[in-house]
Design a protein around this ligand. Structure first.
Ligand SMILES: Cc1ncc(COP(=O)(O)O)c(C=O)c1O
Length: 443
């Protein structure tokens, strides 16, 4: 299939300041995607590119899914926009209900946002406000984790722990501490699934609580599996320990499931997969299959109910976005959840996971590979950095894989893979085979 080439004279690329991109490198040799269907993108030169990353960890049902496309088309004809404050429209309530049905039992309300970053801010604000409405307003401190990624807004980068995302932006939020990250190549390299070692890293929370007194701490936020930093699995027993310490001290536990939500590990949410229930779940990405931006925070009944007090004509929570529960996003969300249910996609990673695991770990021994890790339909291959030039080796792998028809993602010197959940064995063979060729050719 051929596509009309838009007018892309060199200068036409300059107006768009691209996010998280090496702009000058890209604009010298652009990688343009012009269409997508199922497991594939079509590049502007007509090549089919196998999507090894579900876009940006979000297109869980694959591309151009009929129910989602239809839902959006119908919604645009029927109701394009409705005010989000003091007014409602049916699909926002329907989607909240479907979401709560899908979530583990304790979660009974959903607050809608437009992205993962906004959902993170919403969860952090909810935590602090929750303690205050209960008369426990001294609990304002937030605890995140080194290497954590919670989006790019000020709250998210404050609790986040990715240095490059923080260091340029001043003092950030005050009253924030960080747990140590859990990456331990010396003890856990080439682990399949959850690593054996590192549960004791959760005990550092006790040290932080002793320093500030637990009565000052509102919430702990972690990704149950840290995705953007390069796919770090929680050590066995680690999340359970965090839960127990939070329970002991009246601290809310927030799981940022922007990546792990919607089937990535083989369950609708990682909370179920690990059998550890937080107090709030942050989600986005797979909620609408990436098609229309949307995020959500799922809360327990007692958190929601704590706000429902005072005269009924008063707003209970002074927070929300013009596009919270936007009709188009809700339609996309409903179409997405229906597609997941029709095709059993939220447990598919469990079925194909063993094949994925074998294929991925067969890369062990190839040049520069210092670790391989996997869970559900996610995987990472960590490379030895080039001395003095961190990130360069993995970036070269990304460019080479794209040339060979596969989209992978890199962060630092880690290659991350997170294909759509509709992936078949033949696609896995192609993706991992291409990666093997790329690794053999790397300097
Ligand atoms: C765990 C986590 N939280 C938050 C975000 C931010 O989401 P968004 O880019 O939609 O703002 C991401 C994005 O990758 C994420 O992985």
């Amino acid at each position: 299939m051929m596509y009309d080439e838009p007018d892309l004279r060199p200068n036409d690329l300059s107006a768009f300041w691209m996010p998280f991109t090496s702009n000058r490198q890209f604009k010298r040799a652009p990688r343009m995607l012009v269409a997508a269907e199922g497991m594939h993108y079509t590049a502007q030169d007509g090549r089919q590119i196998l999507d090894g990353t579900a876009g940006l960890w979000c297109v869980n049902a694959g591309h151009k899914r009929p129910k989602i496309v239809e839902a959006i088309k119908r919604q645009a004809e029927e109701l394009d926009y409705a005010p989000a404050f003091q007014m409602g429209h049916p699909k926002a309530f329907q989607l909240a209900n479907r979401l709560v049905d899908l979530a583990p039992e304790p979660f009974t309300q959903a607050f809608f946002t437009n992205s993962g970053s906004e959902a993170v801010e919403t969860a952090l604000k909810t935590a602090i406000a929750y303690h205050r409405v209960r008369g426990d307003g001294a609990r304002t401190r937030l605890i995140g984790r080194e290497r954590g990624y919670h989006g790019v807004n000020f709250g998210g980068i404050s609790v986040g722990g990715i240095v490059a995302n923080r260091k340029m932006f001043g003092t950030l939020l005050t009253g924030v501490d960080h747990l140590p990250h859990t990456h331990d190549l010396a003890r856990n390299a080439f682990t399949r699934g959850q690593p054996e070692y590192g549960a004791e890293l959760a005990d550092d929370l006790m040290r932080i609580l002793a320093l500030h007194d637990p009565s000052t701490v509102a919430a702990v936020i972690v990704e149950p599996m840290a995705g953007s930093t390069g796919v770090l699995m929680p050590p066995k027993g680690y999340l359970e320990k965090l839960r127990a310490i939070c329970d002991q001290h009246g601290i809310l536990l927030i799981f940022d499931e922007v990546i792990t939500g919607f089937g990535r590990l083989g369950s609708p949410f990682a909370a179920e997969h690990f059998d550890v229930m937080p107090d709030m779940i942050v989600c986005a990405k797979g909620l609408t299959n990436g098609v229309i931006p949307m995020g959500a925070v799922l809360v327990r009944q007692e958190i929601h109910d704590a706000f429902m007090q005072g005269p009924e004509h008063l707003i209970e929570f002074f927070h929300g976005y013009t596009y919270s529960g936007n009709p188009m996003a809700c339609a996309a969300g409903l179409g997405t959840l229906e597609t997941y249910a029709d095709e059993g996609l939220l447990s598919r990673a469990r079925e194909i996971g063993p094949y994925w695991e074998e294929a991925l770990h067969a890369l062990k021994g190839l040049p520069h590979v210092i670790d391989i890790r996997n869970m559900g339909l996610i995987g990472a291959v960590e490379l030895e950095p080039i001395a003095g030039e961190p990130t360069k080796r993995a970036f070269s792998a990304f460019l080479a894989a794209y040339e060979k028809g596969c989209l992978i993602r890199t962060t630092g010197d880690i290659i991350a893979l997170s294909p759509p959940l509709i992936i078949e064995k033949s696609h896995i063979d192609q993706l991992i085979g291409t990666l093997a060729d790329v690794l053999k050719g790397l300097k």
